[in-house]
Design a protein around this ligand. Structure first.
Ligand code: ATP
Length: 437
């Protein structure tokens, strides 16, 4: 399984999904850059989530709050006190540091050395605002996006003329000085979150919690995650965060085991009542503090789960027609809406100017409508393989018949079946196939 992990890391680099940050300087503290295909896929995930929240639900509106906020926010939220500190132990021999709750044995997992006693380590990333770097100028990069939502609860309620219950959705960067960033983009120090906070009457909260649990699981299944790789885990009372009344983790079966990709939390009135107390602003609604049900998912973490789920190796390849030695063929069967490239256009051969021109004309016609690639380099079989590897949904081939008939073939990534269609009908057909009509 670890082998699979290494394969995915090298695959994502080779095909332009994910690069290590600051690579020419030897990398930097578990930060990653998303390549040209990675950024498309990331945008697709964010769009799918945003549409799910804003288009599918009547009562959810969006927000984009700032990353830097008054440090008082983090006092009120509990992040600067024990609430947002992990227990850290250090190996006396190799000096590597670990989260205590991650250790199975009382020894260093790297060298077997003896460990120090645990001490609290705060995960907030500190910075300074303004020209003077003194205590008064200290603030923090946000560790979660939801605080900006609580601070704007009244602004949104009033400006959007909302009534309880309603939700606010936000996508944005968050930062945590993780002690043990590991497992590629699973745990990093800079990441992106998609969070929705649902404000409701206290008595409605348990029912709404169950509603969102079901909705969020279905979101992954509808986007193609295999049922056998997904589960919901009830978080036990002693594991619950200080603010939570109930929590369910949606977990994915990564190559390194079952791990959380999303948290669903019943936060009670913790957030609004604490911000009221600390700011002096009355954040009550009709005389009570609304309770909050939160759904919180990492963009990078879910992208990683979608990639792991779609990555398939086929020994000997899927076709017997190409002579090229094919030890292992890769197929990335991503869902249509998540695949970075939807359509590729290929001339059958590249040394026939008429074919090349026609294929390029088709490419130019499709480019404003779909994420598209044009490829004329190497044999047609190889080019199909290259597209299958990055999950391209349809590959179009312009052949000799196309010159006579003004048509081409559409090849389906998953079935490899080919269908001839007229070029004038192409946009309509592709939109229909991609559910974009
Ligand atoms: P963990 O126990 O894995 O540290 P958490 O329970 O602290 O996670 P939450 O605070 O509930 O995580 O954050 C919600 C979501 O944000 C997580 O489910 C995950 O998808 C994402 N997330 C949190 N921390 C990180 C990180 N360091 N790197 C990438 N994604 C993260």
């Amino acid at each position: 399984m670890i082998d699979l992990m290494q394969k995915i890391v090298s695959f994502t680099k080779r095909r332009g999904f994910i690069f290590p940050s600051s690579e020419i300087y030897g990398g930097f503290g578990s930060c990653y850059d998303f390549g040209s295909l990675g950024v498309e896929m990331k945008n697709n995930i964010k769009r799918a989530w945003w549409d799910e929240m804003i288009k599918k639900h009547d009562d959810i509106v969006g927000l984009d709050s700032s990353i830097l906020m008054s440090p008082k926010v983090w006092e009120a939220s509990g992040h600067l006190t024990a609430g947002f500190a992990d227990e850290l132990v250090e190996c006396k021999k190799c000096h590597h540091r670990f989260r205590k709750d991650f250790l199975k044995k009382g020894k260093c997992p790297d060298c077997g050395g003896e460990l120090t006693k645990a001490r609290k380590f705060n995960l907030m990333m500190k910075t300074f605002v303004g020209p003077v770097e003194n205590e008064a100028a200290v603030t923090y990069l946000r560790a979660e996006t939801c605080q900006g939502i609580y601070l704007n609860f009244k602004n949104v309620l009033q400006s959007m003329r909302k009534k309880i219950p309603f939700g606010i959705a936000q996508i944005g960067k968050a930062f945590r000085n993780e002690i043990n960033p590991r497992n590629f983009v699973y745990r990093t120090r800079e990441f992106e979150q998609m969070e929705m906070q649902w404000f409701c009457q206290p008595k409605e909260a348990p029912k709404i919690f169950n509603y969102w649990k079901k909705e969020r699981i279905n979101w992954y299944l509808n986007l193609g995650i295999k049922k056998s790789n997904l589960r919901a885990r009830e978080v036990s009372k002693d594991e619950l965060a200080h603010y939570a009344k109930r929590a369910v983790d949606i977990e994915y079966k990564f190559p390194f085991g079952w791990k959380e990709i999303e948290g669903i939390h019943n936060r009670g009135d913790w957030d609004l009542s604490n911000h009221s107390k600390h700011s002096g602003e009355d954040l009550k609604y009709e005389g009570y503090f609304p309770h909050i049900i939160e759904t919180s998912v990492g963009v990078d973490r879910s992208l990683f789960a979608f990639l792991c789920d779609a990555y398939t190796e086929i020994r000997g390849g899927r076709t017997k027609t190409t002579k090229a030695a094919k030890e292992v063929e890769i197929l990335l069967n991503l869902n249509k809406s998540l695949a970075p490239i939807k359509v590729a256009v290929l001339p059958l051969v590249k040394n026939k100017p008429k074919l090349v021109k026609k294929a390029k004309d088709v490419y130019q016609m499709l480019k404003p409508q779909f994420r598209c690639q044009y490829d004329e380099v190497s044999s047609i079989g190889r080019r199909y393989r290259r597209q299958d590897e990055i999950g391209t949904i349809f590959t179009l081939t312009v052949d000799f018949e196309s010159l006579e008939q003004n048509d081409l073939t559409i090849r389906d990534r998953d079935t490899m079946e080919q269908e001839r269609v007229k070029i004038e009908d192409l946009i309509k057909i592709l939109k229909k196939k991609l559910n974009e009509q």
